[in-house]
Design a binder for this molecule. Structure first.
Ligand code: DUC
Ligand code: ZN
Length: 463
């Protein structure tokens, strides 16, 4: 099927302009200024359908480079698997996700990857790739890093906390190895020793409720780990990605590393831009819905991150989608350290960013395009196949209607969760149509084609 997407304003990372788009055979064939439609008749042929995008912004398909689907955490498994998670993603305009394949204890990287490929195969409604979380480092794993690169898994993940954590020596050795092969890693930065000690103190004092979650994972614990990571990366002489950055202290550490000449990429998430730690004081287990790591921070941190976004200091906004039902969150009713950490978000990132970023004047549509599409495509080795509306690129397209008045509700979502963190929040943008490699998968806000997603073998980072 061929489509003309007509009458919209095409958004790129560097500008916005009125253009009609011709999509055929899964690819973008042409962008034409509206007056040139006549020439198209022959180019498009008779079987070309028209999709009306007038009054809409037309973005490259969004990329969410930080999801956790079908992941075992804290004795349970995430509520969203690849089927439900990617269906929610596509409804929200995300046409590609990059999930974290994980090396479980005793496993090779190949086993970890095979495990994740099996979880995803045939289930995905958007395109998908994998990072590889390295949790055990041996000479064999070091050799396997090249196999991962060859399989299109060109980015890795390291944890400085949790039972998946790796120590400083290991981080350094992995950074050295990734430099050799041209890979890059994202790192979860929190000081695990400090967190463990603070958790012990809270428990000894009988402070077992949700309110202890942010207190035991302070911003200083994050900033310290960011600083340590960046010093290791400095000596290893290679760029790194700080994932889910939450706070001013962490941002300032990144700024200092950049001032001494280091290449550092930073990612944040909508929850760190729009919510604060007062939510942990909600009664009962209500605050558990917002338990994630690192935790939500102060309003001042939100403001600082928005400013950093506007200044181009943060390169990507992902979701860290890691969903649990309220029943699962209840596992930590007696002990806050047992609350499974994470929130759903893959469905609402685009409309939230438009409403609370673009509409409020904090960022421009072009920034949104860079943060949600162009930069992740470059950073994760998919550009220009993805991340841009240009002839030859995949026909991954989001037609977003603005100036509407909607409200986010759990009952209206596809995410497999019985609550919505942004319940009741007003939005002024709606994802009207979505194309995935030229297939119309969302029409007038409804998912009309499922399971069209393909595995994307990615190249090296190029941001
Ligand atoms: N943080 C969470 O809250 N959940 C999953 C992984 C992570 O880093
Ligand atoms: Zn995560």
């Amino acid at each position: 099927m061929k489509y003309w997407i007509k009458g919209g304003t095409v958004v790129s990372g560097s500008g916005s302009f009125p253009a009609d788009i011709l999509v055929a055979d899964g690819k973008i064939k042409a962008l034409k200024s509206p007056g040139q439609t006549g020439e198209w008749k022959t180019e498009a042929g008779e079987d070309c359908r028209t999709v009306d995008a007038s009054g809409c912004l037309v973005f490259p398909g969004f990329i969410d480079a930080h999801t956790h689907f079908d992941l075992h955490v804290a004795g349970t498994v995430t509520a969203d698997d690849f089927a439900t998670g990617t269906r929610a993603a596509i409804k929200g305009g995300t046409t590609t996700i990059v999930d974290f394949a994980t090396q479980y204890p005793g496993e090779s990287l190949a086993e970890g990857l095979a495990n994740w490929r099996e979880k995803a195969e045939g289930k995905c409604s958007c395109d998908y790739g994998f990072h590889m979380s390295i949790t055990e480092w041996t000479p064999q794993v070091s050799r396997e890093v090249q196999d991962m690169m060859d399989a299109g898994v060109t980015s890795f993940k390291l944890y400085m906390t949790y039972d998946t954590q790796v120590d400083d020596k290991t981080i350094f050795q992995i950074l050295r190895r990734l430099k050799e092969v041209g890979g890059i890693t994202g790192v979860h930065c929190e000081n695990s020793g400090l967190i463990a000690a603070l958790q012990e103190e809270a428990k000894a004092a009988g402070r077992m409720g949700v309110g202890s979650h942010p207190v035991t994972r302070p911003a200083a614990a994050e900033a310290e780990a960011v600083g340590r990571l960046l010093r290791l990366a400095q000596i290893a002489d290679t760029p790194v990605i700080v994932v889910h950055l939450t706070c001013r202290e962490g941002m300032d550490v990144i700024r200092r590393a950049r001032e001494r000449g280091q290449k550092v990429y930073a990612e944040t998430c909508p929850q760190y831009l729009l919510m604060d730690d007062s939510l942990y004081a909600l009664p009962g287990m209500e605050g558990a819905k917002y338990v994630c790591a690192p935790p939500l921070r102060r309003p001042e941190d939100e403001a600082y991150l928005w400013q950093a976004l506007a200044e181009g200091e943060i390169q990507t906004i992902s979701t860290d989608h890691c969903s649990f039902t309220t029943a699962q969150k209840d596992l930590g009713r007696e002990d806050f350290t047992k609350i499974p950490g994470g929130m759903p978000g893959v469905e609402t990132r685009g409309i939230l960013l438009y409403t609370y970023g673009v509409e409020t004047g904090r960022i421009r549509p072009e920034d949104m395009c860079r943060l949600l599409a162009e930069n992740p495509a470059k950073l994760y080795g998919m550009f220009p196949q993805k991340g841009i509306l240009a002839p030859g690129s995949d026909g991954d397209i989001v037609v977003m209607r603005t100036g509407v008045s909607d409200v986010i509700t759990a009952s209206g979502q596809l995410q497999n969760v019985d609550y919505a963190p942004f319940e009741g929040w007003k939005t002024t943008a709606r994802v009207e149509h979505v194309f995935l490699r030229g297939i119309l998968v969302v029409q007038e806000g409804r998912v009309v084609r499922e399971k069209q997603g393909r595995y994307i073998a990615r190249g090296r980072y190029s941001l």
